[in-house]
Design a binder for this molecule. Structure first.
Ligand code: CTP
Ligand code: MG
Length: 381
């Protein structure tokens, strides 16, 4: 309720997201684990002035919408309506549903499911302006210079007073119904709700939206998801083994003990990569009871882990590894280690960091009983 007025919102979610592509419509893709449509519905659920939410969904996705409403406890959702072939057809179906089922509704906001970043200030601004004016839309001043014409001939258009139109767009319910009825009588299709209302000779108030309130349209509009992982490993120093770290054989009187080549640095790194993707750890992927991994070069294992990560659709932003060893000094070998890792992980060397430290003669590292390594790795997709 806003000043005693009952407000509903229609979430237009019946598009197929052709421009973005992919197996499912864009409104069901996840951003940091939460579907776009859930984020959009939540924004309106959290607004105290919104009483009822109506979703328009593709017929095939209605049951998924119902499941999401239950899973995320979206209790303001009052109805899920099957959409039509154009956005205008979809919204009209929801308007009809609201008029039939909730005729005491005073005003109706229409919002694209593909705009999950809408903020409360924008929603409140539109509700407030509708209560005064009967019709209001969110928009932002155009930032770029605007030109009209063809590649051969064009001219600049004064940017002042030009706006990018967003949603929500809000209207008195009867006005919206009349505007849609009239458009369908005339066979008129507009690009937004306001353009239909304007055909009735009514003006709409412009409400300051937010530049964040983008409509996810192409894949560049989907925010990147960052995932961080850490890894830690220790191997004992023993006589009669080679010392291999970061794929480099380091001349030393002892070597690291283990089932594979015991490359402690690469092991910590692989655990960080697997951890970031929540794919378990190296013990799970390369059990030390499996003879296949006896004496194997950890560079080979790293190749495998890198493929797993890339197959999940991640790219590797960077990795930072610290080796804790009292002796030997690893500094002379760091550049070669970075080169090997960069090549194996198909990354630019500038994104891989390796550092060495002693533990000031303290603990098992300080007593030269073993070497430890820790790593962090950032993935994004
Ligand atoms: N929409 C709808 N019914 C349609 C078409 C679109 O409810 N028949 C919704 C979309 O789900 C979206 C909003 O209207 O939330 C804005 O449309 P748009 O960005 O064009 O989405 P799509 O039509 O899904 O994408 P595309 O045009 O790339 O296919
Ligand atoms: Mg479309």
């Amino acid at each position: 309720m806003y000043k005693g007025q009952k407000n509903a919102v229609i979430i237009a979610a019946a598009g197929s997201g052709k421009r973005l592509g992919g197996d499912i419509p864009k409104q069901y893709l996840k951003i940091a684990g939460v579907p776009v449509i859930v984020r959009t519905i939540r924004a309106f659920s959290e607004n105290p002035h919104i009483d009822d939410i109506f979703i328009v969904a593709n017929e095939d996705y209605i049951s998924l919408c119902e499941e999401l409403c239950t899973e995320y406890n979206l209790t303001k959702v009052a109805g899920i309506v099957a959409g039509g072939s154009e956005r205008q057809d979809s919204v009209y179906r929801a308007i009809t549903e609201i008029c039939n089922r909730m005729p005491d509704t005073d005003s109706v906001l229409v919002h694209d499911a593909a705009r999950p970043f809408v903020n409360q200030q924008t929603i409140n601004g539109v509700i407030e302006a509708v209560s005064r004016k009967g019709a209001a839309i969110a928009c932002v001043p155009v930032k770029d210079s605007i030109r009209k014409g063809t590649s051969e001939e064009s001219f600049n258009i004064e940017r002042k007073n030009l706006y990018n139109v967003q949603t929500p767009q809000g209207f008195d319910m009867q006005l919206l119904k009349e505007a849609y009825d009239r458009a369908f009588e005339d066979g008129y299709y507009g690009t937004d709700d306001a353009s239909l209302v304007e055909r009735l000779g009514r003006s709409v108030e412009l409400v300051q939206g937010s530049y964040d309130n983008i409509k996810i349209t192409t894949k560049e509009d989907m925010p990147m998801e960052n995932r961080i992982g850490t890894g830690f490993d220790v191997h004992a120093l023993v006589e009669g083994r080679k010392l291999i770290m970061g794929g480099v054989e380091i001349p030393f009187e002892k070597g690291l003990d283990g089932h594979s080549d015991a490359d402690v640095l690469i092991h910590a790194l692989m655990d960080a990569m697997l951890g970031a993707a929540a794919l378990g750890d190296i013990g799970r992927h390369f059990p030390d009871t499996d003879p296949a991994y006896k004496g194997i070069s950890s560079v080979e294992l790293l190749k495998h882990v890198t493929k797993l990560i890339y197959d999940e659709g991640y790219s590797i932003s960077n990795a930072d590894i610290t080796v804790m060893a009292q002796r030997p000094k690893i500094k002379p070998y760091i550049e070669e280690m970075r080169r090997i890792l960069a090549e194996t992980m198909d990354m630019d060397i500038s994104r891989i960091s390796i550092k060495g430290t002693t533990t000031e003669r303290l603990g098992f590292v300080g007593r030269e009983e073993g070497i430890a390594a820790q790593a962090v790795c950032l993935l994004c997709r």
